[in-house]
Design a protein around this ligand. Structure first.
Ligand SMILES: Nc1ncnc2c1ncn2[C@@H]1O[C@H](COP(=O)(O)OP(=O)(O)OP(=O)(O)O)[C@@H](O)[C@H]1O
Ligand SMILES: [Mg+2]
Length: 251
C-alpha cells in the first residue's frame, strides 16, 4: 500500500505502440484519479484493448510510461502490477473451462492465469484463498455454482466470474474490457449493478460500446480514434463534443 494519497491512481504518458508499420497507440496520455469512473470509447480497431494491454503489462509499449499511484511500472510484469493494485478483465473470456468457478477465482486471487499455478505453496494457503474465492463468488451472485466447471455455465455468468476474479484482488485500479458485450438485457442490468457497486477505493476504467448502459456508470470519458486521444474530459462535455459525434456516435 502507498501511504501517501497519490494525486493520480494511473498515469499514462506518451504511450506508443506499433505492430509492424501499423501505429496502434500514438502518443496516448491519460490521468485517472483515485476512485474515478472512466469510460473509454472509440470505433473498432481504435486501439482501446491495445491500450489496456500496455497498462496491464500484457504488452510492452515501444515508448512512453505507465505510473500507478506515482510509481513507474512500465517495465514490470503483469503480476507485479497486480500486486500494486491493478487488475483487469479481458474482452475475450480467458477462464479455464474445465475447472470450477471456485478454482478459477482462486487463481485470480493469485493474480495468475491457470498456466502459472504454483504447486509448491502450502495447502493452508490455498484453503484461505478458496474461502476468499467463495466470498467473492457470493458477491457476484454465483456462490451456488462454485463447484461447477466453467464449461457448464452460461456466457453471462462467465463474464461475472471474470469480474469476480478481478475484484477478488481488491484492486485500486480496475480495467474492464467490454464487460457488457454479448449479454442479455437481464445479465446486462446485473453486471451494471455489480459495476456500480464497486468500492470507491477502486478506480474503474471501462471500455464499452453499449453507451446507454456505460454512460450511467461514467464520470469521465476518453474518445480514441486511430490510436489517438481525440477528446477527454467530463462525461457530458465529451458526449456533447462535435468530434465525438463525428468519430463515434455517427450523427
Ligand atoms: N498483436 C497484434 N498484432 C498485430 N496487430 C494488432 C495486434 N493487436 C492489435 N492489433 C491491431 O491494432 C488495432 C487496434 O486493435 P485493438 O484490439 O486495440 O482495438 P479496439 O479499439 O480494442 O477494437 P474493438 O472495439 O474492436 O475491440 C487493430 O487494427 C488490430 O488489428
Ligand atoms: Mg477491443
Amino acid at each position: 500500500m502507498t501511504s501517501v494519497a497519490a494525486d493520480h491512481a494511473l498515469e499514462v504518458i506518451n504511450l506508443k505502440k506499433a505492430f509492424g508499420g501499423l501505429a496502434v497507440t500514438q502518443n496516448v496520455s491519460l490521468t485517472i484519479r483515485p476512485g474515478e469512473r472512466r469510460l473509454i470509447i472509440g470505433p473498432n480497431g481504435a486501439g482501446k484493448t491495445t491500450l489496456f494491454n500496455q497498462i496491464s503489462g500484457d504488452m510492452r509499449p515501444n515508448s512512453g510510461q505507465i505510473k500507478l499511484f506515482g510509481n513507474d511500472v512500465t517495465t514490470l510484469a503483469p503480476y507485479q502490477r497486480a500486486h500494486r493494485g491493478l487488475s483487469r478483465t479481458y474482452q475475450i473470456i480467458t477462464l479455464f473451462a474445465g475447472d470450477t468457478l471456485e478454482h478459477n477465482v482462486t487463481l485470480g486471487l493469485l493474480g495468475l492465469r491457470p498456466s502459472r499455478w504454483q504447486m509448491w505453496r502450502p495447502l493452508a494457503f490455498y484453503s484461505d484463498l478458496a474461502t476468499e474465492a467463495r466470498r467473492t463468488l457470493d458477491a457476484v451472485g454465483l456462490l451456488h455454482l462454485a463447484d461447477h466447471p466453467i464449461s457448464e455455465i452460461a456466457y453471462g455468468e462467465k463474464r461475472r466470474v471474470e469480474l469476480a476474479m478481478a475484484l477478488a484482488q481488491k484492486p485500486r485500479v480496475l480495467l474492464l474490457d467490454e464487460p457488457l458485450a454479448g449479454l442479455s438485457d437481464t445479465e446486462r442490468s446485473t453486471v451494471k449493478s455489480l459495476i456500480a457497486s464497486i468500492s470507491r477505493e477502486t478506480a474503474v476504467i471501462m471500455i464499452e460500446h453499449d453507451m446507454d448502459t456505460a454512460l450511467d456508470l461514467a464520470e469521465t470519458v476518453t474518445l480514441l480514434n486511430y490510436g489517438r486521444v481525440i477528446v477527454d474530459g467530463e462525461r457530458d462535455t465529451v458526449i456533447a463534443d462535435e468530434r465525438t459525434r463525428e468519430v463515434y456516435l455517427g450523427v
